[in-house]
Structure formats: structure tokens, C-alpha cells
Design a protein around this ligand. Sequence first.
Ligand code: NAD
Length: 483
Amino acid sequence: MFDVPTKALESTVVSVIPTLPQSIVDTQEVLNIMRRQDQFFASGMTLSEEFRRAQLFKLRKAVEKHEGNLIQAFAKDLRKSATEAYFAEIGVTLAEIRHALQHLRGWMKPERSATPMALAPARSEIRREPLGRCLILSPWNYPLLLNITPLVAALAAGNVVVLKPSELAPAMSAAIREMLQDTFPPELVTVLEGGVEMSRMLLAERWDLICFTGGTEVGRSVAQAAAKHLTPCILELGGKSPCLVSRTADLSVAARRIVWGKFLNAGQTCLAPDYILADESIHDALVATLREEILLRFGSEPLNHAQLPRIINQRHFLRLQKMLTPGSVIHGGRSDAEALLIEPTLVAAEDRSAAAMREEIFGPILPILKVKNMADAKTFVKAGEKPLALYLFTADRSEQEDILGSISFGGGCINDVLVHAGNRGLPFGGVGESGMGAYHGRHGFEAFSHRKAIVRNNTLIDVPLRYGPWGRFKDKAFRLFLN
Ligand code: NAD
């Protein structure tokens, strides 16, 4: 047994495994980390509620202590304002930790389950146990939220974790490593910085769970790597999330919420409305209202607006520029290549062949397509892959039920955007090409746990029916009991 006194573990701030540049952290280094984490997990230390609670407290304190550093890093990587960084990342992360602390005891309790008559007098229960050593691979767009929310779930469920933030947000990657290295011993949580090579090196090893957030194509290669070891995966992927606006929608509320959700983080949000399908009867009015709303929020010179986040890098900036084809821009469209800024932009699109409709946009460009009605919009969405999110603006209850009942998508909102992801009572995840598995709140705890099914029998009563030899009487009795 790996004997580590709880007290020592909670108070030490040691990280004997230095986090080295990717070229220096070799496979042997990774294997050493994994071995130490396995030994620590096998010690049983992570099993108690007390231990898990202590880690969540430490994590909360760490986020609070490092808030200043994190805000600076957000500004460096994404030019995120302090307010946006707080409400969309730091505040939500702290709320997730608080929620886990509040509910941990209830989540950990064995759950009674009904027992069929045939098994009487036994009782049944489901016990949650940690899976073991988990790998968390995350993207750059919400670097704190998408590293720490899975970490909260993993720690609440009693696992040990290796976490690799995205190399594309280097300031945040370093800030997260410093924060976690300063908080947890490496046998519990290790942060390894690096790029694709580091990811590949990690994916070649055996894990008990992989939680990946990122693009669909990379997700596919993660699933392939996981299959080799039969490792379960949570894949939080992207795609094109539609926003349907019906003729009965309240256009000013719709425009306000769409502009907020689309241009937050300069559109670099997996859940952002990717494109609008507008009923033809309100199309022009909606475009006019969206324009007014953009002007109201970002002014007539958005590129000079201090709260317009930037595009993460030149590659993505150039990718987005290609979507602004001649004649398609109906509002905005200007950009600053040096500062990697693009104005909140509306473009007209006819169908899926438009430049902005061929791939997930992941930037401040919003195509608007005209449809005859919501039935037409439904056909359009169903012809594509199952999206991560779907938003519908309508006052018509039957339209709501029709869309909810007939289109498959990860999650979404009626008359709003994004906010379903802020409700910790709801599972957050995709379906089909937009991902598998879900987390947030209890769902995260469940996703990082194994549900162990137990029948607890006693030895006082032993119904002889099941034991052979079986004759006609037992045969009849089976038919009676089992039907
Ligand atoms: P990405 O897939 O390029 O990178 C994610 C992680 O995978 C990073 O840590 C990266 O180092 C690693 N990686 C990249 N290429 C790899 C490869 N070939 N093999 C192994 N690992 C590799 O994603 P991104 O550009 O950082 O993020 C944008 C994408 O993520 C968008 O598609 C977006 O919709 C999606 N996303 C989804 C969610 C969600 O919760 N569903 C949240 C945020 C972003």
C-alpha cells in the first residue's frame, strides 16, 4: 500500500514532477507519472468523502487566489475583458465547485434500487466508485471552464487526473499549470503542457477514462486511441448549432439574446448559434433588429471596442476571412489582421454550399438563411449532422413541441441561447457527431464514476427453486415468477 497520511497530503504544496517543455517530457516521464498516480489511487486515499471534499475546497481557494493571474492570461490569449472572464469562466467554475461541495454527500450515497419478487428477500443498490486514472484533454476557447469543470467532476468522483490544456492558449495553459501545481500533489493531479505530440503520447497510454473537449475530427482520433485499451470516453465536440426564428418570435428579445450568445468570446464558443434559419416573413425585420443590436452593444467601430475579444491565432483568422465572400456580408465584415480582430458580422447564405455553411464557424460571423417556415427549417437541420445545440425562438407552443420532438441535438433552449449549459441540473453533452457522454453537476460525478450494481442477500432464507434438479413443479413455478 502507498501510505500517505491525509494531513500531509492536504497541506503539502509539492510538485516533484517538474512540468517541462513538451520536448523534454518523454514517454518515460509520462509513464512515471502514471505509475505514481496508480499507486496513489490504489492506496484508497481518494475514496473518502472527507478527502474529496478537502480537494474541492483547495481547488476553490486556488481559483480565488489565482484570479488575478487568470484574468491577465485571458487578456493575453484572447483579449477577454475582466468582466467576461469572470462571468463566463471564473464565476461559473467557482459555482460548479460550490455545487459539488453542496451535493457530494448525496451523490456518494449508495442508491437503493427496486428488487424483483424473484430475488426476494434480497435488496439491491447502486454504488458509485471512481474509475481510476483519468485523462482530461481540453481546448483553448474557455480554457479555465473546460479544464476545471471536468476536474471538479473527476475529483468529486474520487479519481486521479492528468490534465493537458490546449497549447493554443499558452498563457492560460501556464496559469492553469501554476495554479494546480501549487495546489495538488502530482500523484493526484498533474498538468502536462504541450501540443498535439503530447496529446498523442498521452493517448497511446492506457487510461481508465478519457474526457476530451475539442473538434469532431480530433475527437474521432481520440476515440480510436481509446478503443485500443477499451477505455471509456466522454467526447465533448462541436459542430454547427442552428438557431431557428419563427414568424411568431419576439424579434427584439431574439436579436438581443442571439447577439449576446453569438458574439461572446468573439463567437469562439462551441454552443454559439452557428447560423440562423429565419422564417421568410420576418427575415428582413430580424436582420434589421440584429444590426441595431450589434450597434448598441459594440458601437459603429467595433474594432476599437475594448470588449471585443480576438481570434485565437492567425490560422483561425485566415480561415474565418475565407467565409466573408464578396457580396455576402450584410453587416460588419471589417477586420484587423495584426490585432486578429473581426467585427461582429452578419452574412447572407442561401444553402449549405455558402462558404460560412461548410464547416463550424467558431468566430464572429453569423450566416442568416431564409426558410419558408419552421417545417422547412426542420428539414434543413435534419439533413445535417446532429448538432451540439439548437435554439428556437417562437411563441407557438406546438412549434416548440414539434421541433423538440423531431430533431436530435445535444441540448438547447426555447427563446434563449447558451443558458442551458449554465444549469448544473442539466447534463451537458452532444449526440452523434457532436459528442458522447455528458457532464456538469451530478452528471459529471456520474460520468467519472462506475455504477456498481449490487444485490445484497441474506443467508437465512434460501428459496430452493433455482437449484436443480428441475422438474415440472419448478418449471411451472419459474413461469409464474418470471412472467
Ligand atoms: P482541438 O480538437 O484542435 O484541440 C483540443 C485538444 O486536443 C487540445 O488539447 C489539442 O492539443 C489536442 N489535439 C489537437 N489535435 C490533436 C490530434 N491530432 N491528436 C490528439 N490531440 C490533439 O480543438 P480546439 O481548436 O482547441 O477547440 C475548438 C473545437 O472544440 C471546436 O470544434 C469546438 O466546437 C469544440 N469545443 C467543444 C466544446 C464542448 O463542450 N462540446 C467546448 C469547447 C470547444
